[in-house]
Design a protein around this ligand. Structure first.
Ligand code: DC
Length: 664
């Protein structure tokens, strides 16, 4: 699904069913962290860098748009993204850099902005606007930049006044690759040497990419942690393949471990030690997970080791997880689901940083686990999860059983992508039945193809199906378009399909009353109902189906039972292919989808309907309504369980709110 702006749109509500084993292989999106850095370091390089496998999520798109606003040229041919940069091209942007939901974009770009003369304003969405930026503001100020935000925690919007910087030695208080990266990027512009000492080794992608681009950089271990030194240097362009994102692979790995009889392989995942701690945790829990062809000695991508990760279902037991094992904490939501399925109580120690992620993930994880039936509690900065494992049936081979104690649930991720994906894994593990996950649209920030991949490995996910019926001029098209937009769903206008058949009959000289002739046409025609265009047998008829001739012919066509049978079958196939959607017509709630999640029957006063259809004579509209209502084949009727909504004298927003309230 995609919006008009080419940005991915995912449904807000997704229903995920359990009970089916997962199998096969997949590739997760390009690593988000490496993608951000490849774009930024590419923009700093003198020339054109090539990046393959860039993450297609919204977060990385923000960085891509931002480096373009800073003066780099970015091109995407679908496979390779080229970034042409260099110091002479870069400048403070004319307008604010919109980082959306992406903390990485904001923190890293602030480091670059500190080095550019002028003022850069960085803004974010509501969630990013609550995330602390003091951790980068402090070192950047110490280097000589001006950084202001709101309050003591320096919340966005962030204003960075860049210019002449000098090197510093910085010891970040929190383990954060973003802070390290912001300081190192600013260090490229600073006089003298800039040093970052980290006590906990965080992901090394900025260092790796800077080394690849020929920066004057040294990385050393000093026993206690890692020391990175950088000096002002001209960077050269590079060519890099972004490996798969291990934090996304974690969802599939955990899913394979907890869904009975599953086995999965995730190909081409970044396998550097700072990112694969979750695999060590799972191994400790007894999981059957493996790295193949990876570090050491695995294939290299220019930015570290790459490997296939395999995982297989089996019994899990509780463990203690320390924050230092997974410095970003990105895999904690997935690991918490594994803990829910394990035998015993798992303790996640020192998880305070989860409170300032895309949502308060510490509470969100506890909420999810409670919902799925594995009680969780927060003690200080620790999270304790009582697993339900061990009371399942013994597998035939003595390998353990399914986590019987889990139940299906309803969970609102509040737009946090990792919480939504963790909830999907919990639903897959919960056995037969279906869970409802709200706030799923946030998954587009990092993993737009998540649902496609879920289905590819055998999981069942669907979206809501909303049936909207009503007579001509009752507001179906406007309302269904708005509902689809708000819910992130696709929309099907079934009237356009009947109209397309009527148009084709007229075009081919078939009398609309010639029932067998029109039926044959309807059965053989290939119809694409759009959007954007309505196409029948390769001819675009989007406007041609709205003429007075078609208006007159369509009632007879729609009254033809054989035509209806052909089109109803295609309407059902459309919904199956789209996993649900908003479908408008005359018989959607009564005949096509009698089990729709919501049925709406729109009406409006006759005068208002005639006014809305002013291109059609009012007798014409009335006649068509009469024919639709009195025909024997699926007449226009309100389903017994449909909500009647009168749209007379009401705004679209008001009607849409009323309908959406029925789905909440
Ligand atoms: O919604 P519309 O005016 O574009 O529909 C054109 C005709 O198709 C209308 O006269 C009724 C008919 N129709 C139908 O019988 N069943 C549907 N599901 C949709 C439309």
């Amino acid at each position: 699904m995609s919006s008009g702006h080419g940005r991915p749109v995912l449904p807000e509500t997704v229903l995920v069913a359990g009970g089916a084993p997962l199998g096969g292989e997949l590739r997760v999106p390009g690593d988000k962290s490496i993608s951000h850095r490849a774009l930024i370091v590419g923009a700093l390089g003198e020339g054109t860098s090539l990046v393959r496998g860039l993450s297609d999520g919204d977060d990385v798109r923000r960085t891509r748009d931002a480096v373009a606003a800073l003066g780099a040229e970015v091109h995407d041919d679908g496979e390779v993204v080229t970034v042409t940069g260099g110091r002479s091209l870069l400048h403070a942007p004319l307008g604010p850099l919109d980082c959306g939901n992406s903390g990485t974009s904001m923190r890293l770009l602030a480091g670059v902005a500190a080095g550019l003369a002028g003022v850069t304003v960085l803004v974010g969405d509501a969630s990013l606007s609550t995330r602390p930026m003091d951790r980068i503001a402090a070192p950047l100020r110490a280097m000589g930049a001006g950084v202001t935000g709101s309050g003591a925690r320096c919340l966005p919007p962030l204003t960075v006044t860049g210019g002449s910087l000098h090197g510093i030695t910085w010891v970040p208080e929190v383990a954060s690759a973003q802070v390290k990266s912001a300081v190192l990027l600013a260090g490229l512009f600073a006089a003298g040497e800039t040093t970052v000492r980290e006590r906990v080794r965080t992901r090394p992608h900025t260092e790796e990419l800077l080394a690849l681009a020929g920066a004057d950089i040294e990385v050393a271990d000093d026993g206690d942690g890692r020391v990175v030194r950088v000096r002002a240097s001209a960077l050269r362009p590079f060519d890099v393949v972004v490996p798969g994102d291990p934090s996304q692979a974690a969802f599939w790995v955990v899913a394979a471990c907890v869904v009975p009889e599953s086995a999965l392989r995730v190909r081409g995942v970044y396998a550097g030690e700072t990112r694969t701690g979750f695999l060590s945790v799972l191994r400790r829990m007894g999981a059957r997970v493996g790295l193949h062809g990876g570090a050491p000695g695995g294939s290299r991508s220019g930015v570290g080791a790459v490997a296939d990760v395999t995982a297989q279902w089996g019994p899990l037991s509780a463990t203690v997880v320390h924050a230092s094992e997974i410095p970003s904490l990105d895999e904690v939501p997935a690991l918490a689901v594994a803990a829910a399925c394990a035998e015993g109580t798992t303790r996640f120690v020192g998880m305070g940083e989860l409170r300032v992620k895309e949502s308060d993930r510490l509470r969100a994880v506890a909420r999810l686990l409670d919902a799925v039936g594995a009680p969780a509690r927060i003690e200080g900065d620790d999270l304790l999860v009582e697993g339900v494992g061990g009371d399942g049936e013994e597998g035939g081979d003595g390998s353990g059983g399914s986590p019987k104690g889990l139940r299906h649930f309803r969970f609102d991720s509040q737009g946090d992508h990792r919480m939504a994906m963790a909830a999907a894994v919990a639903a897959l593990a919960a056995g037969p039945g279906e869970s409802r996950i709200d706030g799923f649209g946030g998954v587009a920030t990092s993993y737009p193809a998540f649902l496609t991949h879920l289905r590819h490995v055998g999981g069942h996910a669907r979206v809501q199906l909303v049936a909207i019926d009503g007579p001509a001029g009752s507001g179906k098209s406007t309302v269904s378009r708005a509902i689809a937009g708000r819910l992130g769903l696709d929309r099907l206008d079934t009237g356009a399909m009947y109209r397309a058949v009527a148009w084709a009959a007229l075009e081919r000289g078939i009398d609309p009353q010639d029932a067998p002739g029109v039926a044959e046409l309807a059965h053989s025609a290939v119809i694409d109902p759009g959007p954007p265009d309505v196409v029948i047998d390769g001819v675009v008829v989007t406007s041609a189906i709205r003429t007075p001739e078609v208006n007159r012919a369509v009632s007879a066509v729609a009254a033809n039972p054989s035509v209806r049978a052909a089109l109803v079958e295609r309407q059902r196939a459309w919904a199956a292919a789209h996993g649900g959607g908003v479908v408008e017509g005359r018989d959607i709630g009564t005949v096509v989808f009698p089990h729709a999640d919501l049925k709406v029957f729109l009406t409006a006063a006759p005068e208002e309907r005639a006014r809305r259809r002013r291109e059609e004579p009012s007798e014409g509209v009335a006649r068509r309504d009469e024919l639709d209502r009195t025909r024997t084949a699926s007449p226009l009727a309100q389903a017994a369980d449909a909500r009647l909504v009168d749209t007379t004298c009401r705004s679209v927003d008001e009607v849409v709110e009323e309908i959406l309230s029925c789905l909440r």
